[in-house]
Design a protein. Structure first.
Length: 227
């Protein structure tokens, strides 16, 4: 099956399963979305959604956030992990938003990426979900599934983003990004996954890919038994 045909079939299935996917991070505006995405680095969305109510109760705007010290921010966000770096980034980006952008979150990717703690993926999420800009955020989960499904060769996140953008129409990028995330969580986990029973892997994963995952799983199981 050609890659484009495979992508079309995958998209049709995703539309059936998740016709109206919601952003999984709780937020009310571009600023709170930016902070939630920043906090989600190496942390689950569920944990972020548990932490942000307390943070936003103290400071929901850049003006209020800079009144807190990084130590105060760190005490609130500690459960999200990497709290020293994240607290400094939140305080500093809030200061820069006030100093350079009138307290508003920039709409374009390039400017977003100049903010502390904001990489390309975070900037893409905010540009897409807050402003409706054409962006296709690729996190580690989407990167993994794109390779598993043969939509990209998996050589790099940058290559995966480029390949997915070429396969799906720009007006669908925001939705497909979310649909793949939800599908991965519910049907296509990284470990102990039966490709033959997966609604997408059963037709999208190549025989070579299925063989590789079986070998990897067998090797890990053997290693555990040896211990």
């Amino acid at each position: 099956m050609k890659r484009a045909d495979k992508a079309q079939r995958i998209q049709k299935l995703l539309e059936e399963l998740y016709p109206h996917p919601a952003v999984p991070l709780d937020h009310t505006d571009p600023y709170t979305l930016l902070l939630a995405v920043l906090l989600s680095a190496q942390c689950t969305d569920a944990r972020v959604n548990q932490v942000t109510p307390a943070l936003f109760a103290r400071a929901r705007t850049p003006q209020d956030m800079v009144k807190l010290s990084p130590a105060e921010i760190r005490a609130i966000i500690r459960p999200c992990g990497l709290s020293p770096q994240k607290s400094r980034a939140i305080h500093e980006l809030s200061r820069l938003l006030l100093e350079r952008h009138g307290g508003q979150v920039p709409r374009d990717l390039e400017t977003l990426e100049t903010l502390p703690g904001v990489g390309h993926k975070t900037a893409s999420v905010v540009a897409s979900h807050a402003f409706g800009m054409p962006a296709f955020p690729v996190d580690t989960h989407i990167h993994r599934l794109a390779a598993r499904w043969g939509l990209s060769n998996g050589s790099s996140v940058e290559r995966t983003e480029s390949d997915l953008k070429a396969l799906f129409a720009p007006e669908t990028w925001e939705r497909v990004h979310l649909q793949i995330i939800y599908f991965g969580r519910e049907h296509c986990p990284a470990l102990r996954h039966d490709l033959a029973r997966c609604p997408i892997c059963c037709f999208a994963a190549s025989k070579a890919r299925a063989r590789l995952e079986r070998q990897t799983r067998s090797g890990k199981d053997a290693s555990k038994r040896a211990r």
